[in-house]
Design a protein around this ligand. Structure first.
Ligand code: 5GP
Ligand code: MN
Length: 338
């Protein structure tokens, strides 16, 4: 954040504001952790604050401190709408474009509030008065830590805030192993532990709460995996029937896509998950090295994200989507065989 932006934010927050904090649709650990950390910090400053999530999120995030204050736009629609309509300041966290907020997009676009973006995705949109955007950052949570530091607020970074920030950094960095994990990330995490974040407990709450049906679904996903050695690619499909058979709950497929990358020689992994209710196939792309899945997702599947982790969607059937994917792949043969 540059000095002008810091000064602008300090000046905005020196007055009492009605603040709403918004994560992207289908919020993940980084989105919820950053929103709840910022929520607690701004509440501590005496501000009026709401977190409004566009839709529901997995159970393994519902223990995060402050979770009980989150308004779900789909479930608590009236309260959420009222908060958004009254907002004088809207923070948008962990996404780069208002289209990532699903049904909340038109409401956000019509708002007269001052927008403050904190985000690490590529191609940031230009809707914000203040945009703290840095694609080199490990996570939005690491940026919220920096944001608090810029506002000279580290003294109020307590255990609850530290826990939320730790959870978001941990989930977005694949437990501190992705390329964007810097020595600074580790210094921040060390400070969070000093401030009370219980690292072992956070790992257990997020990763060790499997249900038997989720593990069985993982078994199905792994046996559905197709390996295209010629393209150094592995992909997984999960149909709605398979999800239903194993009692699918939001978040159950989190991390499945990464298994493809654990195969020797595979640098591109994809999972296609049918969502009959929305009439789409939701796609997650992952890569190692220089193959940009952000570009791939943007170009062919109406999505985006980061160089090594992106998402997208298809409105075709699973069969047609896979056909299209394998056809497109042929144009990437040289990029996938560096
Ligand atoms: P995931 O595959 O875990 O849903 O998402 C991977 C990354 O891509 C995350 O940073 C996520 O925010 C981003 N992402 C996921 N889906 C989409 C999408 O449809 N559009 C864009 N622009 N980004 C996405
Ligand atoms: Mn993130």
């Amino acid at each position: 954040m540059n000095l002008a932006d810091i000064t602008a934010v300090k000046s905005i927050l020196s007055l009492p504001q009605k603040i709403v904090i918004v994560p992207h649709k289908n919020p993940d650990g980084d989105a919820m952790g950053s929103c709840l950390a910022l929520y607690a910090f701004l509440k501590g400053m005496g501000q009026t604050v709401h977190v409004v999530a566009p839709n529901d999120y997995p159970k393994f995030l519902k223990w995060l401190p402050g979770n009980e204050h989150v308004l779900n736009f789909e479930r608590e629609n009236n309260e959420a709408l009222a908060a958004l309509q009254e907002a004088t300041v809207i923070f948008t966290l962990d996404f780069n474009d208002l289209s990532r907020c699903g049904q909340m997009e038109p409401i956000l676009k019509a708002s007269n509030a001052d927008f403050i973006m904190i985000d690490h995705h590529q191609q940031p949109g230009d809707y914000a008065l203040v945009a703290y955007s840095d694609v080199c950052m490990s996570s939005t949570c690491e940026m919220v830590y920096n944001f608090i530091e810029y506002l000279d607020g580290l003294d109020s970074l307590d255990k609850d805030i530290a826990t939320n920030i730790y959870a978001g950094i941990m989930t977005d960095t694949g437990s501190f192993k992705y390329r964007s994990t810097s020595s600074r990330t580790h210094r921040v995490v060390a400070d969070l532990i000093d401030r009370g974040a219980d690292n072992m407990d956070i790992h257990r709450q997020v990763f060790d709460t499997n249900s038997p049906s989720r593990l069985h679904l993982l078994g199905v996903a792994l046996s559905n995996m197709v390996i295209l050695s010629e393209y150094c690619t592995a992909y997984i499909t999960l149909t709605q029937e398979e999800l239903d058979q194993y009692d699918f709950k939001k978040g159950d497929t989190e991390g499945f896509v990464n298994y493809g990358l654990t195969l020797e020689g595979i640098i591109f992994a994809v999972i296609f998950i049918e969502n009959r209710e929305e009439g789409i196939i939701k796609i997650s792309f992952r890569s190692v090295g220089d193959f940009s899945v952000n570009e791939f997702a943007r170009e062919h599947f109406n999505g985006g994200g980061h160089d090594n982790a992106a998402g997208g969607r298809s409105e075709d059937s699973m069969e047609v989507t896979i056909d299209r994917f394998t056809t497109i792949l042929k144009n990437y043969k040289s990029k996938l065989n560096p």
